[in-house]
Design a protein around this ligand. Structure first.
Ligand SMILES: *[C@@H]1O[C@H](CO)[C@@H](O)[C@H](O)[C@H]1NC(C)=O
Length: 401
């Protein structure tokens, strides 16, 4: 067992290299592996992260789909080591930051579980280990052991959400895709190992924005706003969402971070509708996504009170956290609340100003999506923030359970 481990590591390195991702690795002298402390049963840990979501966290799934909602071209990714990757940001997403925080402090890879003194692949490479996108052909074998990202731009909780933009993995499809991953994992570990592995994996779900932006708020394309009032629609979304969350729980996943919807009434796309007074957000939009958020927080309470064995559910207060950045930009080192560096609407650049140093000053990257600077703040709040940011406990505390 021990002797087979280094060979496994080499194989996984070669796979990554063949993707062309690790040119730096080929040029740099390889640092000698330093032993890590052996994980013990008392070591706080996540075994993996499985991410479900939309364009806020898509890391390349839509590159493989026939969709208008893609971000695999410049200027997306200008601050990302890989360049444009399909991420809807200048750099990292919230998931990338969470993986980074977790790897730094809490990830125990399966390689380590088997070979107690082995090093993180990510440490060797001097880059955080990014989760593979589910649709990437390289997302197989050992590459999926740290988790998989299923997020798909334009996707929503409801099946038809985002249909106007083309193919996407809806939430229910994302859950089915996880089942495919599960079948692969079954080939790589024993039944009992898998059970433990899933029990200690973090699930991050950030969905719902498109059920408003690419459904309820587009009455000429979707009939939902004629069928449901805002309260009934929020109820419907939560009911469907709960069904998928419980499906994942019944497949063995136990630790859930459920991110709420941000203040959509304040995003440049909504401000451009002219429905809000100058300098204000669109109150109606914020009110209706607020109904979803209130219900999602209650769902978390409800799920926690049912005491599903070993399970814990947390609510990420994206609305509050993002609202705080917008209301107090200077407290976060951001100069203005509505500036966008690149205004990109599906490939159409309206504004071509680019400056690496200025990038950190902005909250919005395009009409819908935050900059990596804002994503880092949001991820940090989920990771270690107080209950007002992540309720009832944060990700760091979940790792200790
Ligand atoms: C919204 O619709 C539900 C179900 O049809 C109804 O019970 C409720 O009274 C409506 N709420 C408002 C504010 O109209």
């Amino acid at each position: 067992m021990e002797t087979s481990c280094p060979r496994l590591l080499v194989i996984s390195l070669m796979v990554v290299l063949s993707n062309g991702v690790l040119v730096v690795m080929a040029l740099a002298p390889s640092p000698s592996p330093s032993p890590l402390p052996s994980p013990s049963s008392s070591t706080p840990q996540f075994t993996a992260m499985f991410a479900f979501g939309d364009s806020l966290t898509d890391n390349g799934n839509n590159n493989y789909l026939s969709s208008i909602a893609k971000a695999n071209y410049v200027p997306y990714g200008v601050d990302f080591y890989e360049g444009p990757s399909g991420r809807f940001s200048n750099g990292r997403t919230i998931i990338d930051y969470l993986a980074y925080f977790l790897e730094k402090y809490y990830f125990i890879t399966t390689i380590q579980l088997h070979c107690q003194n082995f090093v993180f692949v990510g440490d060797l490479l001097q880059i955080p280990s990014y989760l593979p996108a589910y649709a990437n052909p390289l997302a197989t074998g050992r590459n999926i052991l740290n988790g998989v990202n299923y997020a798909s731009a334009a996707a929503g909780i409801l099946e038809e959400t985002g249909r106007n933009l083309g193919e996407r993995f809806s939430l229910s499809q994302q859950v089915q895709n996880f089942e495919n991953t599960l079948n692969q994992l079954k080939n790589q570990m024993s039944e009992q190992e898998l059970r433990e592995y899933l029990k200690k994996a973090l699930v991050v779900m950030i969905l719902g924005s498109n059920d408003y932006l690419n459904n309820y708020l587009v009455p000429y394309t979707y009939p939902t706003s004629f069928i449901y009032n805002a309260t009934a629609y929020a109820d419907l979304l939560i009911q469907r969402y709960a069904r998928q969350i419980l499906a994942l729980n019944s497949l063995g996943l136990r630790k859930f971070l459920l991110g709420g919807i941000g203040p959509l009434g304040c995003i440049p796309n909504q401000l451009a509708t002219g429905l809000a007074p100058t300098g204000k957000c669109v109150a109606y939009v914020n009110n209706i996504v607020g109904m979803f958020n209130t219900r999602l927080r209650s769902l978390v309470d409800q799920l926690n009170s049912k005491h599903y064995p070993d399970a814990i559910f947390a609510f990420g207060n994206t609305f509050g956290a993002f609202g705080d950045i917008l209301n107090n930009p200077t407290a976060y080192g951001k100069t203005s609340k509505i500036h966008i560096l690149w205004y990109v609407a599906f490939g159409f650049e309206l504004n071509r100003i680019y400056n690496h140093f200025q990038q950190n000053q902005y909250v919005f990257w395009d009409a819908f999506h935050p900059t990596q600077a804002a994503n880092e703040i949001l991820a940090r709040k989920a990771y270690s923030g107080p209950p007002s940011d992540c309720y009832p406990i944060n990700v760091q505390q979940m790792a200790l359970m």
